[in-house]
Design a protein around this ligand. Structure first.
Ligand code: F6R
Length: 260
């Protein structure tokens, strides 16, 4: 695992945006895996700016989002469809036909799940998957206890996740109890993965993800099984890591080798 520790959330967003710019300039028809929530907002802001400056084009890019709340229509103010349109898609040159967010409001949810997995496969698989992490260690909405081989499916959200996300809704009661989410197995098939975390509230989840044993109780720890994972965190989210000096040494050596 590459662990990159940066000064603050702004630097994390800058780093993440550069990884996407590098990916898309090397492969203009990249398949990108995207996340929602507070963490990627800074990155999306930087990508919009880079697009306006002519440093990245999404014309040939295709995207797949990780998850959607069960029961919310794409136009619901808190749906992840709407989040993605407002935070990124409406501001870049991506064709809406190339963006994919699972539908949480369809009658035949099993069909939606099958088609979502098939669409990822048909697109050639995900080149670069962006992830945030929950305070309980979840990635996408794979809550503690999720099978490390899980595929896209419906998951029940933990009370902690619903409480964490209640800030976006009027009250805890309004937060959906279930979500449609890519599985851990689905995520691990991505060719490379970039997980971002900022703030003290994520320090425990980051320590367990990077340095803890691989366990379904900390879904993020499954990333240790992948050979191309970058964890980019601010100082606060890194504060509980035990090998801080070593991670910094590795980054210095990478820079010497001229790697991005
Ligand atoms: C969102 C997602 C979630 C979030 C996580 C952290 O698509 O998959 O796993 O990344 O809940 O959320 P924030 O960034 O709001 O702290």
């Amino acid at each position: 695992m590459r662990v990159v520790i940066l000064e603050n959330a702004e630097a994390v967003a800058e780093f993440a945006a550069l990884q996407f710019i590098h990916q898309v300039s090397g492969k203009p028809d990249s398949v990108l895996g995207l996340a929602t929530g507070s963490t990627p907002l800074g990155t999306y802001g930087k990508l919009i700016k880079a697009h306006r400056e002519g440093r990245i084009s999404f014309r040939r890019v295709c995207t797949f989002n990780l998850d959607e709340y069960l029961g919310l229509s794409p136009d619901h103010s808190q749906s992840y469809h709407r989040f993605m349109r407002e935070s990124l898609f409406d501001h870049i040159d991506i064709s809406s036909g190339n963006t994919h967010v699972p539908r949480g409001d369809v009658n035949d949810i099993e069909k939606e799940i099958e088609e979502y997995e098939r669409a990822i496969e048909a697109a050639g698989g995900i080149d670069l998957q962006l992830l945030g992490i929950g305070t309980d260690g979840h990635i996408a909405f794979n809550e503690p206890g999720s099978s490390l081989a899980s595929r896209t499916r419906v998951k029940t959200l933990t009370r902690r996740t619903r409480e964490d996300n209640a800030r976006f809704f009027g009250s805890l009661d309004e937060v959906p109890k279930m979500a449609l989410t890519m599985g851990i197995g689905t995520i691990l098939e991505s060719r490379s993965i970039l997980l971002l975390a900022c703030g003290e509230g994520k320090a425990d989840a980051i320590q367990k993800t990077v340095e803890g044993p691989i366990t379904s109780l900390v879904p993020g720890s499954a990333l240790q099984l992948h050979s191309r994972v970058t964890i980019a965190v601010d100082i606060k989210a890194a504060s509980k890591l035990s090998q801080l000096e070593y991670y910094a040494d590795c980054e210095r050596n990478r820079t010497e080798l001229g790697k991005v």
